[in-house]
Design a protein around this ligand. Structure first.
Ligand code: AMP
Length: 437
């Protein structure tokens, strides 16, 4: 029998909001986590973004906070810590949506914007506070936040918080909370460090595991395009001009390249903006909102937007550069095919990145499909992938280095320094449609 939200003992006002949102069936993480949270237990959930984990903690939290409204003055009773500002805002929005028929108040504190407005909201005594750790500690230190009456703590994307070096801040915050609280920890992976963190902060947690540590939604078509570095820009413009690309997120490794690509695309008449950590929070929100509303077709960003960002209708994720860390690949491409729709992930791979591609395929255990008929295809790089050796440097290290052959068509695994054959522009559009839709 298929589960429905009405079997989960949630308040009818929450069920009404869910039905208005068109949510009828709880996702696996929601099915497993909601009853445990409602029973008051501590919980570790291994779940990635896109699995519905925000609702998995928000719904029972709203239910319990509503049921246990204090008779006296309001105070912060639930704290949600997140690693990024965008995620904090997104969680706040979800809480407002699911709790729209309840009378609970939420507030967000995050860095990068002036604290004045946040302090004002804190004075209205919210029930739930969503925060990034640094700004929360600042405001706590200044006496604007009181944490001694927290009943529920959520650590969202706990593995990411550890990666980003938030652990000392998180520990300082947790030391200010009552020990008699419920702690919910969400993480995309269950590493040794997460287990240690859980031990320090939780009491007999129930573990809910809904996805293998690394899994790519089957609805994402994963393709790789072998291309020389110098041709990547032209390839990108070409793909983005295709009508099949409705909304695209383009990832680079550096902020500088994200900016340069954004300028290049704008010059080409493709509406684009860039998002990375050097931008002010207002600029970041403006870019995201323009992307969300479809005012711009392309958002170019670094891994700062690889996690948590939930924009409907991203038809394509393009890895202009492959990430050094294969797990980032999984997070990046998870921005497409949201909420059950289909999506395409295109990864550009130059000669230096063949090793990174192999690392990704080892992690996901899914080989990426090579696009054979794009106009800037490099045979030599495609051959490199087939050979066991990733780059000329690695060949050298293995003591098997041979100088690159002069002729391109020889059966070699070396990268050609010759220009790729000139693309046949007449047939290109037709081919691109077939390839990228
Ligand atoms: P999350 O993993 O929390 O980022 O959620 C991923 C997406 O799934 C968001 O767009 C949610 O609004 C959506 N979602 C969450 N729960 C459900 C559900 N039970 N049915 C349909 N969509 C959902």
């Amino acid at each position: 029998m298929q589960q429905s939200f009405s079997n989960l003992s949630l308040h009818k006002s929450i069920l009404r909001a869910l039905s208005e949102e068109g949510y009828h069936t709880p996702t696996p993480v929601q099915q497993k986590a909601i009853p445990e949270v409602l029973s008051g237990k501590d919980l570790i959930a291994v779940a990635q973004t896109g699995t519905g984990k925000t609702a998995a903690f928000s719904l029972p939290m709203l239910h319990m906070l509503h049921a246990q409204r204090p008779n006296g003055a309001r105070h912060i009773r639930a704290l949600i810590l997140t690693p990024t500002r965008e995620l904090a805002l997104q969680i706040d929005e979800s809480l407002r949506t699911y709790g729209r028929h309840l009378s609970l108040r939420t507030a967000v504190v995050l860095g990068g914007v002036s604290a004045g407005k946040q302090i004002k909201t804190l004075r209205q005594n919210p029930d739930i506070l969503v925060a990034t750790p640094g700004r929360l500690l600042d405001l706590f230190g200044q006496g604007h936040v009181h944490l001694h009456q927290i009943d529920i703590l959520v650590l969202d994307e706990a593995d990411r918080m550890l990666d980003m070096g938030f652990l000392p801040d998180v520990k300082k915050i947790v030391s200010q909370l009552p020990t008699n609280r419920q702690t919910l920890l969400f993480s995309a992976t269950m590493s040794h460090d997460i287990a240690r963190l859980a031990k320090q902060m939780q009491k007999n947690p129930v573990q809910v595991d809904v996805t293998p540590a690394v899994s790519v939604p089957a609805k994402i078509a994963q393709q790789v395009l072998f291309v020389e570095k110098k041709n990547k820009r032209a390839l990108l413009s070409d793909i983005l001009k295709d009508k099949g690309v409705l909304r695209a997120l383009v990832f680079t490794r550096t902020k500088h390249l994200a900016n340069r690509l954004m300028q290049h695309l704008s010059k080409q008449g493709i509406s684009a903006d860039a998002i990375h950590s050097n931008k002010t929070q207002n600029a970041r929100q403006k870019a995201l909102s323009a992307f969300h509303r479809g005012r711009i077709k392309v958002l170019v960003g670094t891994d700062i937007i690889a996690r948590g960002i939930d924009v409907e209708g991203i038809s394509h994720v393009i890895n202009y550069e492959l990430p050094h860390d294969p797990e980032s690949y999984v997070h990046r491409i998870g921005r497409t095919a949201r909420a059950g729709s289909a999506g395409t992930a295109l990864s550009f791979c130059d000669a230096e990145e063949v090793g990174l591609l192999k690392g990704i395929e080892r992690l996901t255990r899914v080989p990426l499909t090579a696009v054979e008929d794009h106009p800037f295809r490099s045979n030599a790089i495609a051959e490199l992938r087939k050979s066991g050796i990733s780059t000329p440097t690695q060949r050298k290290r293995k003591g098997r280095f041979t100088p690159p052959p002069r002729k391109q068509h020889s059966a070699s695994s070396q990268v050609s320094t010759q220009p790729e054959p000139t693309p046949k522009f007449g047939r290109r559009n037709r081919r691109m449609k077939r390839t990228f839709r």
